[in-house]
Write a protein that binds this ligand. Structure first.
Ligand code: CTP
Length: 400
């Protein structure tokens, strides 16, 4: 665990009312051990689980609890706290605080600071599995993940304090600390070469028409952004999109599947990670008419020929150590179809999503399936948050 990027950072830890509040003590110790400056905000309910005195002792600073506190306002009120923070971490985040954050409420100190800060925000939910699974909670998490510079740390599955077994347990402090460190600078892909395909392809029929699909390219571009942040040299081979590529990324614009294959093939032999996020058109018109085909001369059927599978072809050219990641866009039967694709395409990871829930949207709900470890269902979250989770998994696979 390399948490060196936490050194000298101002970390503001927000604790809300959950039995998992005791884990915040360990998280705070981890931050300090790695050289961070720490301050703590506790909600009223959090103080029922852990005392402010404990957190004061651990952080070395007075704990902030009230939105309206004359003494605090003259020293460090909510606006000063919001400005002081290099990162706000809310762990554990109860269902109640998630609802307040999602709704933009500022009725207590923690939600007011969440609203006032311009620093990145990391939210680690913790609650009973039924509460986590409820539509209202999932909607709130999705909403929060869409806020600028705001990331969700997925809760874990396992034994819960209420005696049940299921998803909703606070992620381990080490994992939350790792996610915090990643916000500043994860060097997890330092020096690595990452090749990413993104967007749709367009297969021309004549001067005026082409075959394509609804892919927006947002997922592939989010992956490129996070991979650059993680220190990788990124080549993004992209079909036509309106997305903004990240700085320091080499963008190769293509239109057809054949062009995508050629652009990727040139770079494959030096690639450490290949991520195929593009929605490649599986078929192209058999012939191209340099003019516009007239209505009267258009046949009843359109002869098509199959395009190459870019992912399958590029995998043949990659170095042995390379990590291979595909996507599976499915209309139904997500798990079974994605599992079959993982095997058929000889991938290390496949990110499955339902087309209706992902295409052209800003967020996504991804089921990650691995060749050699158990599956992970991510909550619905922004594509940037999802990309962060995917790149984290990829970095770990690269180390093995
Ligand atoms: N892919 C590719 N080239 C193709 C088709 C797909 O590189 N010609 C890649 C996609 O980028 C994705 C994965 O293969 O990573 C799976 O794509 P998907 O469209 O879900 O599956 P297909 O292989 O096209 O199978 P089907 O259409 O039957 O679901």
């Amino acid at each position: 665990m390399n948490l060196s990027s936490l050194s000298n950072r101002n970390l503001l830890l927000g604790i809300s009312g959950s039995i998992a509040a005791y884990k915040a003590c360990e998280l705070l110790r981890l931050y300090q051990k790695h050289g961070a400056n720490t301050r703590v905000i506790m909600t009223k309910q959090a103080q029922e689980f852990v005392t402010p005195l404990t957190m004061q002792g651990l952080s070395g600073n007075e704990v902030h609890t009230d939105l309206v506190d004359y003494k605090a306002e003259s020293a460090m009120g909510h606006i000063q706290l919001a400005r002081w923070a290099d990162c706000l971490i809310i762990a554990p985040a109860s269902a109640a605080i998630l609802a307040r954050l999602a709704g933009g409420e500022a009725s207590d100190l923690l939600s007011a600071v969440f609203l006032a800060t311009t620093a990145p925000r990391l939210v680690a939910p913790a609650m009973n599995k039924e509460m986590w699974a409820k539509q209202a909670t999932q909607k709130n998490v999705t909403q929060i993940s869409k806020f600028k510079d705001t990331y969700i740390v997925q809760p874990e599955s396992g034994w819960q304090a209420c005696g049940e077994i299921g998803e909703g347990r606070l992620a381990e402090p080490t994992q939350i600390a790792e996610n915090t460190s990643a916000i500043f600078k994860s060097n997890s892909l330092a020096g690595r070469k990452v090749l990413i395909t993104a967007g749709p392809t367009q297969e021309p029929l004549d001067q005026a028409r082409f075959i394509s699909n609804y892919s927006s390219g947002k997922m592939g571009y989010a992956l490129a952004r996070i991979a650059v942040e993680a220190g990788a040299k990124v080549t993004l081979v992209s079909g036509p999109t309106n997305c903004e590529p990240p700085d320091n990324c080499s963008l190769v614009k293509i239109e057809t599947a054949q062009e995508m294959l050629e652009a990727c093939a040139k770079r494959a032999s030096v690639t450490d990670v290949f991520i195929a996020a593009a929605a490649v058109a599986d078929w192209r018109p058999q012939s191209y008419d340099a003019n516009k085909i007239k209505k009267a001369s258009m046949a009843n059927t359109l002869p098509l020929i199959e395009n190459p599978d870019v992912l399958i072809e590029i995998i043949k050219l990659l170095p042995k150590h390379a990590v291979k990641v595909g996507f599976a866009a499915e209309a139904t039967n997500l798990k079974a179809s994605a599992t079959a694709k993982l095997k058929r395409k000889k991938l290390d990871v496949i990110c499955g999503n339902l087309i209706g829930e992902s295409f052209a949207k800003d967020d996504n709900k991804i089921l990650m399936l691995f060749a050699n470890k158990p599956a992970k269902q991510l909550a619905r979250m922004s594509k940037l948050s999802a990309a962060r989770q995917i790149i984290k998994e990829v970095s770990q696979l690269l180390k093995n």
